[in-house]
Design a protein around this ligand. Structure first.
Ligand SMILES: *Cc1c(COP(=O)(O)O)cnc(C)c1O
Length: 350
């Protein structure tokens, strides 16, 4: 049978009446073997990229949103609300449009990648930009959803993490077991918690017989979990993880500790270096936040963390087209000349 989206495909791991499922056939994203980065290490590893940019709205948020919106419909909700660094709003707007729900999104003004903003707008969400950051926005939407009949679809909504756990299922289905390590960027810390839940559920039902060590990476300017305190004014070029007080802080620490993994940080320079390496040497275009996972693996390898031969999966959380400004700012500018063959040959170097 053709792919029917994550909730139907893994229906035994969910609790919903199938007729209420709102889906854009998200999930079933490719697990791409690395051809360069993993092999270039002093002690090479078996590296894979879980390319979540190929979900319907271009990020992993669709896994959580299909279930959160389906459950909102099931409970009779007419409207949803979220705070977002961009991708949650894009996904909430698309799934709400499909479900016929009203969607309200709060975003930090000027700190959201252009592609994401355009998605929320075109799907007809009520977009409110606030002169504040994600953490400020989250506080407000939490309060509104507690007082009014509007469903919160941030990852505080447990259905989001339930949906996102299916990323782990898919990886195990392809590898026929769990990887040794699973690495991902950490913002609001929902996804690392969701993957850990997914791996544990898969082991409980005998689909895999081991668990990965979870590796999370924050950006240096937005690294509350690493530093051990909330960051008042988080900063990073990777806007999707520009979060100073993650909602799933405790869950992420639990995932780290139960799995024997770690949560560390990488600089914006390291993030951009990995972002370009992925695009130039692997042919994979992801957004800057996504490449924090790969920047982290590179950093660990340089510290002699790996023995060599381990299977490591990095989740590439969102598509590079989300953030065209950063792609252009970090690439060589195209030359612009008259349509003259000899000048063009000179530029090509012929
Ligand atoms: C949401 C998001 C993250 C952060 O995920 P959390 O679950 O908030 O930790 C990372 N990268 C991208 C592209 C995202 O959209």
């Amino acid at each position: 049978m053709s792919w029917q989206g994550i909730v139907k495909h893994y229906i035994d791991f969910f609790s919903i009446d199938e007729k209420n499922i709102i889906t854009l056939l998200e999930g079933n994203t490719p697990l791409i073997p690395s051809v360069c980065i993993g092999k270039s290490f002093e002690r090479p590893i078996n590296l894979f990229f879980k390319y979540e940019g190929l979900n319907p709205t271009g990020s992993f948020k669709d896994r959580g949103m299909t279930y959160a919106i389906s459950k909102a419909v099931e409970s009779g909700s007419k409207a949803v609300i979220c705070a977002s660094t961009g991708n949650t709003s894009a996904s909430a707007a698309a799934y709400s449009a499909r479900a016929g729900l009203k969607c309200i999104v709060l975003i930090p003004e000027g700190k959201i990648a252009l592609g994401k903003l355009s998605q929320a707008m075109i799907h007809g969400a009520k977009v409110i930009q606030i002169k504040g950051n994600f953490d400020d926005a989250l506080k407000i939407v939490k309060e509104i959803s507690e007082k009014y009949p509007i469903t919160l679809v941030n990852s505080l909504n447990p259905h989001r993490l339930e949906g996102q756990k299916t990323g782990a299922f898919e990886i195990c289905d392809v590898l026929k077991n769990a990887p040794d390590y699973h690495c991902l960027p950490v913002g609001n810390a929902g996804n690392i918690s969701a993957y850990w839940m997914g791996y544990k559920e898969y082991r409980s039902c005998g689909k895999i017989n081991s668990l990965p060590k979870m590796l999370g990476f924050q950006a240096e300017g937005s690294a509350p979990i690493v530093r051990g305190y909330p960051i008042e004014k988080p900063e990073t070029i990777a806007t999707a993880i520009r979060i100073g007080n993650p909602a799933s802080w405790d869950k992420a620490v639990k995932a780290r500790d139960e799995s024997g993994g770690l949560i560390d940080m990488v600089s914006d320079d390291e993030i951009i270096k990995a972002y370009k390496l992925l695009a130039e040497k692997e042919g994979v275009f992801c957004e800057p936040a996504s490449s924090a996972s790969v920047a982290g693996i590179i950093k660990l390898s340089e510290r002699g963390f790996f023995q060599g031969g381990e299977t490591v999966v990095c989740t590439l959380t969102g598509h590079g087209l989300k953030d065209p400004d950063n792609a252009i700012a970090n690439s060589e500018k195209p030359s612009s000349i008259e349509p003259n063959i000899s000048d063009i040959l000179k530029i090509i170097g012929l």
